[in-house]
Design a protein around this ligand. Structure first.
Ligand code: PLP
Length: 405
């Protein structure tokens, strides 16, 4: 009989969002007359902007013509998109990133999960706690995390960096040296950010200790404060220690279209002097057949003057929701953070309720769905995440319902 990869059997329980979906579905079956408002999952609700729609239409028309039809996409991405990203996301911000250091993909989730596989199986990882669950789970699948302690809900071979109110939800440099450090700013789930000088400390630490930082910039478009970096390559020395993940999901609403990128500078090398860039290119060539031409054209449209202006409006729409949630809950007596450079609001549960108790309470009493903080790691216990990705009307209604409880 065939045997399973035992690492997969180590994964605890079900995926956070599947558990939430199950609970919500049961509630709605038992309460068909109740209007449930979902501020749980980080999925967008606004339609794609006109510049993107028009690029999609033109690209589809190209596919209908023998002269312009496109088959397999280049596996590292079309030059037009790599160039648009390098110029607009990096070089215009003073980051020294070449077009060919950008690998186009179908999104940051798969890249953030897959990137670990080019590093040795005994690499030690460090993660923020709480954290986007994909980082840890993908390392569990790779057999890198040791044993799971069901009481403390931690893996024996993972370095957890608690992000709590005391440290402004920003991790501190770990005492034990990791090989791979996952950082995500603006952060999911806490909505926290760090300044450029704080991020510089991480870059210096990684270079000094031979560690690699995987920097998830999926929420970069939500940054509103000047001293918060949009890319890790704004820091000196990041080219020798950092990989950056980018996504078109949250800034442009591509959660259904699927598009992202991973940036690996040529200067990032392993202990033996091998370019990580080469390994990822080899991996991409073997396991990935490229994001669709149509979608990459839609991605390019995000960088046109029209596209940029429309996306700015979309981000502003969600940020208006974010401040409504932040202020509404604060005025109602909740302890809240995030929501300034981020579409996520992170709140302390009232009356010391556990995160799941508060989830059930909110669903039952206000018919509002959020995400229990404990689902993101042990330090997320007694916290709760609400997202600004709903419609404005639903957001207002949800916050008003919570405030009245
Ligand atoms: N990275 C973080 C931190 C996220 O929160 C998410 C989605 O919620 C992703 C990556 C996934 O991005 P994508 O839709 O590009 O796969």
């Amino acid at each position: 009989m065939i045997k399973l990869n035992e690492n997969y059997l180590k994964l605890p329980g079900s995926y956070l969002f599947s558990t939430i979906a199950k609970k919500v579905s049961e509630f709605s079956q038992n309460n068909p007359d109740k209007k449930i408002i979902r501020l749980g999952i980080g999925d967008v609700t606004q339609p794609l902007c006109p510049a993107v729609i028009s690029a999609l239409h033109s690209a589809v028309d190209e596919m209908a013509n023998a002269d312009t039809f496109k088959g397999y996409a280049p596996d590292l991405g079309y030059e037009f998109l790599r160039k648009a990203m390098a110029e607009n996301d990096f070089r215009s911000r003073g980051c020294d990133i070449a077009d060919d250091e950008i690998f186009i993909s179908d999104g940051a989730k798969s890249d953030s999960a897959n990137i670990q596989e080019i590093f040795s199986a005994d690499s030690k990882i460090a993660v923020c706690d709480p954290v986007y669950p994909v980082y840890v789970d993908s390392n569990v699948m790779a057999g890198r995390t040791g044993d799971y302690d069901t009481t403390s809900e931690v893996w024996s071979n993972v370095i957890y960096m608690p992000c709590l109110a005391d440290n402004n939800f920003a991790p501190e440099l770990p005492k034990e040296t990791p090989d791979l450090i996952y950082l995500c700013f603006p952060n999911n789930p806490t909505g926290a950010t760090i300044t450029k000088s704080e991020l510089q400390k991480w870059v210096d630490y990684a270079n000094k200790n031979g560690a690699v930082i995987i920097y998830d910039a999926a929420y970069e478009a939500y940054i509103s404060e000047d001293d918060v970096p949009h890319s890790i390559y704004e820091c000196e020395g990041a080219r020798t220690c950092a990989i950056e993940l980018r996504s078109f999901s949250k800034n442009a609403g591509f959660t259904g279209l699927r598009l992202g990128a991973t940036i690996i500078p040529h200067d990032l090398k392993t202990k033996d002097g091998v370019e990580v860039h080469k390994l990822w290119a080899r991996r991409h060539g073997t396991k990935y057949n490229g994001a669709p031409y149509i979608v990459q054209k839609a991605g390019e449209a995000c960088y046109s003057a029209e596209g940029k202006a429309q996306l700015k409006e979309q981000v502003a729409y969600y940020m208006k929701n974010a401040s409504y949630i932040y202020n509404g809950l604060k005025n109602a007596g909740y302890t809240v953070s995030g929501g300034v450079n981020s579409p996520y609001i992170w709140l302390r549960t009232p009356d010391n309720m556990t995160s799941w108790e508060f989830f059930d309470y909110l669903l039952d009493k206000a018919n509002v769905v959020g995400t229990p903080g404990s689902g993101f790691g042990p330090s997320g216990e007694h916290y709760f995440r609400l997202t600004a990705f709903g419609t404005y009307e639903n957001t207002v209604e949800a916050v008003d319902r919570i405030a009245k409880l």
